[in-house]
Design a protein. Structure first.
Length: 165
């Protein structure tokens, strides 16, 4: 009777181990997937011009009433993608909703930005922003006081500048 019980126990243990092993590999898969696929709140939008962005950046503009004199939207930067150097006459507010990216004000070190960060770019200050090398970035932007202008574009961020941290 005891021998029989031992056999049953051994079989149950074996089956359990196989189930555990399967579950573990599924969990790993999901973890990898969630790292690569960023949370999306808005449609992907239109691909940004190669003259203004390095790599793949997609812009989805929000429809705001003109009374607010504010431009807003969502940009999804694929890994390695970033804006050119640029300035906003009235500054810009960024809200990072997923992923990891970089923001740099000229003359200052690159700042790492990630989900939950609120980034303020002062008026008329040269800067750039984009995704990190390995993980994309989802950012919501607000550009206020558009009667002063929205954005003045400058040259691309070189690979050398992008890799400096
Ligand atoms: Mn900006």
């Amino acid at each position: 009777m005891n021998k029989m019980n031992n056999k049953v126990t051994a079989v149950i243990l074996g089956v359990s181990l196989v189930i555990c092993a399967c579950n573990e590999s599924k969990t790993k898969e999901m973890k990898t997937e969630s790292k690569e696929k960023l949370e999306t709140i808005f449609p992907k939008g239109e691909k940004g011009s190669a003259e203004l962005f390095t790599g793949n950046a997609h812009n989805f503009g929000f429809q705001l009433d003109s009374v607010f004199t504010t431009v807003a939207g969502n940009v999804y930067f694929e890994p390695g993608a970033r804006s050119n150097w640029h300035r906003h006459p009235s500054g810009q507010i960024l809200i990072i909703t997923d992923g990891v990216g970089y923001h740099q004000i000229e003359g200052q070190p690159i700042e790492i930005i990630k989900k939950g960060d609120v980034v303020q770019c002062p008026p008329n200050v040269r800067h750039w922003h984009g995704a990190s090398k390995d993980v994309g970035l989802q950012q919501i932007y607000f550009v206020p006081n558009t009667e002063k202008g929205v954005v003045d574009w400058d040259e691309a961020v070189t690979d050398k500048e992008y890799k400096k941290e």
